[in-house]
Design a protein around this ligand. Sequence first.
Ligand SMILES: [Zn+2]
Length: 395
Amino acid sequence: MPKPKNVLDGHLLTPSDIGDVNRSRVIQAFCDYGPLSRADLAKMAGVTRATIGNIVLGLLEAGLIEEVEAPERSGRVGKPARPLWFGPGAGLSGAVSIESDRVQAALVNARGDVIDEAEGTFPKDATQDAVVHVVATALRAVMPRPAKDVLGIGITIPGVVDTATGSVMGSGQLPMLRGTKLSDEITERFERRVLIDNDSRAQALGEKWFGKGRQVQTFASVQTGHGIGVGLVIGGVVLRGPHGEAGEAGHTQVVQDGALCRCGLHGCWETIATLDWLRAEASRMGMKGSKTLDAKVLAAQTDDASRDLLRRYAGNIAIGFANLAHVLRPSLFILHGDAARGGETFRRLIEDETRSRVLPHIRKSVEVVTSDLDVRAGLLGAAGLVLSETFHLSI
Ligand SMILES: [Zn+2]
């Protein structure tokens, strides 16, 4: 059988090539389930075997998918059907994660493999032009030349981002980018479609495409540390709201007349469920090393005071989870950042504390897991942004 033509070998896959609804459903099935045979695909994408044959042929010819090795099955006679999946050079995206003083860039394929990576740094008082220059330089280092086989570029930013217009509405960590039409700036340099999103939402998208959010319709991806970032996927769609302003769960008030939050309000969930709270509480209790304490270090302690503090820290995180579970009913909470680094003991505590705060009929469905994607979740989410848009998927 001739080898399917690789997308890098010349055939450019444009969005119009793959805009068809049935194709989108097949691609969605690959995203959700990984490699699949034609028979599996027909069942999972909800289309007939005949339709599958045509769609698969088109995707093979376009170089988006290829036949991969069948998994070993013991005790079976005969050759199993060879599954199909995204080709290693297919569905390429440029991915950028901008943080408070650095830029990470990567080239990612539709399987979620990071093919190349680069990094750049900038001072905290850098100008807008300087930051855009660092982004462009890091991207240039990972983009293939020519870049025509790259479907687009996804960029994530800690701040309020209007994905629909590509504008940065505001960012506490990157004040110089406020009001920038960052997507236009990068589009001009690379002549590729550019999509931007908030970092927490991108992390959720990374989970939906490549992590524990696969096949899950409604879930919350939660990053804890010095702040709380929540990305919500509701019914398979990332919640953005008007101008990208939805999802600020960290600033819902959970303590009346509580501590001042960095946002200017009082008693936000962030003020009791982050490292700043943990360290202040440890200091108040006279614990050694309170200034650098985190969930991982605390979870390794066995004395009663540490155990109690760990449980209260988990409880404070669980307050926000329980509120989200009641309003939006995510069945799954995926931990990132400090909460994830707390390991299995901390994960179980958060799960137990959340279950104890929700109504009985949803108690069993609450599940808390740690992300497998770790620090790459945002970058993979940036790629997921491009893939979702290109393939017209609901995510
Ligand atoms: Zn706040």
